[in-house]
Design a protein around this ligand. Structure first.
Ligand SMILES: *[C@@H]1O[C@H](CO)[C@@H](O)[C@H](O)[C@H]1NC(C)=O
Length: 488
């Protein structure tokens, strides 16, 4: 008893109090190129799949808007940098538009204005002591590369490596945190999002395999040619929704769903180098039953397994919400699809607080659980939460957003202090109200309001911006943590 007390007294100042973030914890805020930049064809930029498909079919977006101008950050980046400096963030996570740097997607023609734009943005950040965290790709593939099949084409991994090399050469002297891909296979299995491939049970898996090879190539390229001089870190971002069993009988369905959604991307890099065993077995078996000559799930060769395994410095994860997961029966003879492979139905508890996005309910304990699942599944890798945020209708006194951030950040603190998860940093989504993909401007995620009717796209800080600034300054949460306590 006596010894324990002494031990605790000795450790306490080193470990820091439970409502405090560790001294080296990084606070940031996130955005992505297509959602904020605008300047869709400015000074040599090429078209991305979002430019192309929304031009072709404006009805894909709920309010028939697009990202042609968005927040006009292409022209207003200096003001964005001032907002970031005012918040006091340690880092800014943004993405580079591939087609602004390489208008056709290929590396033979570099657009000098694209290089200028990101140089000025990065210089502005560095001058204000804000570390750039750069995602090389956030959903906006150059249109000509989609004509080759996009991420279903294995050639994409070479083209991505060529593009990444140009980024390292031009920006790697100042950018020390890289995300290769913000992974998201939407549009590969469905027809709701660009690129509208609508090949469920096939497109998703081709996307993942080729993205993983692209990621690994870039990681190895960095090690070969840049790491010794540039000394940065590279990770990939995974969509980290939590899947909770709806009833005790749905444990298996919930774990299966985690493996299909998170494991297919994470296991090859952070686990044993291959798709999860459970995913391979299920898709291989169904493919055979369905009469395919080979599995719908592509194979990793032994060389590829070795090549992809361990290609990370950190685990990037976007965390927003949780789904209850229920096992379902699959009818005999039903069409091949990702949903059939999954054999699970996802829904929300009607008691969970809502946001202004149908898919986003407020479930902070799910944040703690998914962080713990990553820790247990992949040997406790360093984690960056690369997005976490809440949507509303754009009100300036956004108290619901503050409640959301407070409860999720508290779950992060519990994961760090009570569970030993290595969360190194956190990026709130998002700096500005912006173009929320097919929801257009109807769902607002910003800590700053943007007036989209104003040609100047006036930005106004919301209450949450002041709240976040205060948290960053004090590096702790105000609310007594027992009022927020989440269960693991
Ligand atoms: C998507 O594919 C499904 C199944 O093959 C088909 O029924 C549906 O019409 C397709 N949707 C579009 C928009 O092409």
């Amino acid at each position: 008893m006596h010894k324990l007390v002494i031990l605790l007294l000795t450790l306490e100042p080193i470990l820091c109090a439970k409502d405090e973030f560790p001294a080296d914890f990084l606070f940031g805020i996130a955005s992505s190129a297509y959602q904020i930049e605008g300047g869709h064809d400015a000074n040599g930029k090429g078209a991305s799949i979002w430019d192309h498909y929304l031009r072709l079919n404006p009805a894909l977006v709920r309010d028939s808007t697009n990202g042609d101008t968005a927040c006009d950050s292409y022209n207003k980046y200096e003001e964005d940098v001032s907002l970031l400096a005012d918040l006091g963030v340690d880092f800014y996570r943004f993405s580079i538009s591939w087609s602004r740097i390489l208008p056709t997607g290929y590396s033979n023609k570099i657009n000098p204005d694209g290089v200028r734009y990101y140089n000025e943005l990065i210089d502005g950040l560095v001058a204000r002591n804000i570390r750039p965290m750069v995602a090389m790709y956030h959903w906006d593939l150059p249109k000509p590369l989609q004509d080759l099949g996009g991420w279903t084409n294995p050639l994409l991994s070479d083209l991505f490596e060529d593009y990444a090399k140009i980024l390292f050469e031009n920006f790697g002297d100042r950018v020390k945190l890289w995300i290769t891909v913000n992974t998201n296979w939407m549009g590969y299995g469905d027809a709701q999002f660009p690129p509208l491939l609508n090949q469920s049970g096939i497109g998703e898996y081709l996307y993942v395999k080729n993205v993983l090879l692209a990621h690994a190539k870039v990681y190895h390229l960095y090690n070969r040619e840049f790491r010794s001089s540039q000394n940065g870190q590279i990770g990939i971002t995974v969509d980290g929704r939590w899947y909770e069993p709806a009833t005790p009988r749905d444990q298996e369905a919930a774990e299966r769903t985690r493996q299909f959604y998170i494991g297919t991307v994470a296991n090859p890099i952070f686990g044993d180098g291959d798709f999860p065993k459970l995913v391979k077995e299920r898709v291989d078996e169904l493919s055979q039953e369905e009469g395919f000559s080979r599995s719908r799930l592509p194979k990793f060769s032994r060389e590829e397994v070795e090549y992809v395994k361990g290609t990370y410095d950190f685990f990037g994860i976007n965390i927003y919400t949780t789904f209850l997961t229920k096992d379902v029966e699959i009818e005999d003879g039903s069409e091949p699809s990702f949903g059939k492979d999954l054999k699970a139905e996802l829904h929300h508890d009607p008691k969970w607080p809502e946001s202004n996005s149908f898919w986003l309910k407020v479930v902070p304990w799910g944040c703690r659980r998914v962080l713990n699942w990553i820790k247990e599944s992949y040997g406790n890798p360093p984690i960056f939460i690369t997005e976490n945020g809440f949507s509303d209708r754009g009100e300036l006194d956004d108290v619901d957003r503050i409640d959301y951030f407070e409860s999720y950040l508290n779950a992060v603190l519990e994961a760090i202090h009570e569970d030993g998860v290595q969360v190194r940093g956190y990026a709130a989504w998002s700096l500005l109200d912006n173009f929320e993909w097919t929801s257009g401007y109807s769902e607002r995620f910003g800590l700053h309001h943007v007036d989209f009717a104003d040609p100047g796209r006036r930005r106004t800080a919301k209450s949450s911006a002041r709240w976040y600034k205060d948290v960053i300054e004090r590096r702790r949460l105000d609310a007594p943590s027992d009022t927020l306590k989440t269960e693991l």
